[in-house]
Design a protein around this ligand. Structure first.
Ligand SMILES: NC(=O)c1ccc[n+]([C@@H]2O[C@H](COP(=O)([O-])OP(=O)(O)OC[C@H]3O[C@@H](n4cnc5c(N)ncnc54)[C@H](OP(=O)(O)O)[C@@H]3O)[C@@H](O)[C@H]2O)c1
Length: 259
């Protein structure tokens, strides 16, 4: 990242990816502003947006909705993206970067993914140059994935292909996109290895000593949507992170990081 020093506003800059991204950008000499409700910036209401965007070249949106109820999450991504793009246009921001998920376009049966589809559409229709990053699931999300896939007291997941990645690698890839030129399209990022979805969640729960049974269920849904063998894996041009699952497990056990 040897490039012109820029002001880059990270929306959701206190979150899992956002906090790592702010650190990476600062290490490379950029002025990175962490924008979130507890730093005085609320994209739902517009509070603090005009001030934080003053002098900004790039906005990276790695925020997430506090509630994943269908209506709440749709309102979050639609309202916050509309507000952001409006304030960015007024401030002369030259690149809007947003983090979304590999396979989003095929997941419209899911309320969460209908909201991500709406977010992406607003970005694509806006006049602000953009890059949408489609990432695969984060290793840190594997337990969360079990939590949203419960049928009775068991975790039901389809045994489809799965290529998740470490949040550190997500932040590093997003940082590179943020300091580059807008693609005005979608770029994909993913982990270095493929697994079966049920298999990896089972392994993760075992390391957490979480006794829930993980059932390989071809009819089970992902976040409420039917998926097929390759819905969650990227195409051939994806940029791959370096961290393998076993390495991440060892590192997260050593640092005592939460699931
Ligand atoms: N989980 C996965 O496996 C996965 C995979 C691919 C892509 N993604 C995408 O990655 C993105 C980031 O996920 P994450 O796990 O890093 O999120 P996260 O840890 O939940 O962080 C969410 C951030 O959004 C902020 N935020 C919430 N409401 C806001 C508002 N009204 N205005 C401004 N900021 C607000 C939060 O601030 P406070 O903490 O102050 O509330 C926090 O900084 C999401 O868009 C998600 O769709 C996730």
């Amino acid at each position: 990242m040897k490039e012109t020093i820029m002001k880059i506003v990270v929306i959701g800059g206190t979150g899992l990816i956002g906090a790592k991204l702010v650190n990476t950008l600062r290490e490379h000499g950029h002025e990175a502003a962490a924008a979130a409700p507890n730093t005085g910036v609320n994209t739902l209401t517009g509070e603090g947006l005009a001030e934080v965007l003053k002098g900004a070249s790039v906005v990276v949106d790695v925020s997430n909705s506090p509630s994943w109820d269908d209506a709440a999450v749709l309102n979050f991504f639609e309202t916050s993206t509309r507000n952001l793009l409006r304030y960015e246009t007024a401030a002369g921001v030259r690149h809007h970067v947003a983090l979304s998920v590999v396979g989003t376009g095929q997941l419209s049966e899911s309320g969460y993914f209908r909201a991500k589809i709406a977010q992406e559409k607003l970005i694509q229709e806006s006049s602000v140059p953009y890059t949408i990053i489609h990432a695969t699931q984060f290793f840190e999300f594997l337990k969360g994935l079990a939590d949203i896939s419960m049928v009775g007291d068991k975790v039901h997941l389809p045994p489809v292909l799965f290529q998740p990645m470490a949040a550190d690698d997500v932040a590093s890839a997003v940082g590179k996109v943020a300091v580059g030129s807008p693609a005005n399209g979608i770029v994909e990022i993913a982990g270095p290895e493929q697994f079966r979805l049920d298999e990896l969640v089972r392994r993760r729960l075992a390391t957490l000593k979480d006794s829930r049974e993980v059932v390989a269920d071809p009819g089970a849904r992902y976040s409420g949507a039917k998926i097929s063998e390759k819905t969650l894996v990227p195409g051939n041009n994806a940029r791959l992170g370096e961290t393998r699952f076993e390495t991440w497990l060892t590192q997260s056990a050593a640092t005592g990081r939460a699931a």
